[in-house]
Design a binder for this molecule. Sequence first.
Ligand code: AMP
Ligand code: MG
Length: 401
Amino acid sequence: MILFAEAKNRVLEGTNVVGKTETVPVIDALNRVLAASITAPFNVPNADNSAMDGYGVRYDDLQSDRPVTLTVIADLPAGDRFEHPLQTRQAVRIMTGAPIPVGCDCVVPQEDVKTQPGQVIIPPGQKRGAHIRLSGEDLAVGQPVLPRGRKLGPADLGLLTSLGLVDIPVFQKIRVALLSTGNEIMTPGIPLKPGWVYDSNRTSLRAALQSLGVDVLDLGLVPDQREAIAHALTRGGQQADAIISTGGVSVGDFDLVKQVLKELGEIVFWKVAMQPGKPQAYGRLGQAMFFGLPGNPVACLVVYHLIVKQALNKMMGANEIPLPVLSLPFHGQLKKKAGRMNFLRGRVHFDAPAAFVETTGPQGSGILSSMAMANALIMVPEEVTQLSHGDPVAVLLLDQH
Ligand code: AMP
Ligand code: MG
């Protein structure tokens, strides 16, 4: 039996970046990983501009103790430019985003002024430079914007577009083969026989993989039968960068996945001191890395979230993405065995400042509803044997959709 932290470290150490690159349009690059660092090709914003709707003035025309009346010589909507320098006692009406004319060094919001035909009355108390967004204040030309290895989110794509970029270098998508195993597993759509279960693992994992940003090669549902397993795994080893299987890695008579992999490739099989998710297998087959997840639906997803996802991100070329872990008071009571790490399915109630976490109810490894109701995993370390109401616990937030 090895500890959870050791299992995770060994898997991540044994994982390599696949590393092939391509160029894709920025608009199609959600969840892709940058293959080169991006620096700003020009200042953003590219000109000093107004942060408010109001009046652009020369600060030196103003008085600190009384209002001043200025002549309004132009009206500047966003996108227009006033080409002439402001002269003494002149002002421009200026809209948010419009470039600041030469000589103007202060914008006074329109709600602070009074107007009369052709004129504006500026009250005392203004500041030089007020309400002006300076060229380059978001990004200066040459400044690093996003590093190689950045997994791109919606704001990143907007940022790259603001730099005028149309195509960017990214790592090619990795391809992950997925199969589920078990004689008692059924494809949905057929009436269930007593004691059989529908193949929920392939559905959950396929969805998780799609949101991670990999290509899924679905190898289907395979019975506990040597040739069928060998056939599916061989195909995965030829056509994918990684293979994920569920089931068949425990110690039962029909747990053939690990035996078949031993014959065809390399495998390490661990009992990991964690609950759920004790039996796990890792290895290689052909060009692919192999992840053998437990068949229990909860265990399979928990191990995916805690170990496999990080390994796949690394294969994709992504820099390490820190896990979103926070400490929260636990509501409820819990007793557990020492020596293994527990990952309870939890529901965080985000009622700041009184946020807390509780379990989602019965915690058996097969109770998939406990996972579906969860928005977090409560991580209870090996040495802890009980939790009382109000004890602080480490909580790993799960993605919300
Ligand atoms: P195994 O790891 O193959 O011993 O399976 C452990 C438990 O998980 C058994 O109760 C299986 O019926 C269940 N199980 C295995 N594979 C799946 C699957 N693809 N979908 C739902 N349940 C599964
Ligand atoms: Mg099985």
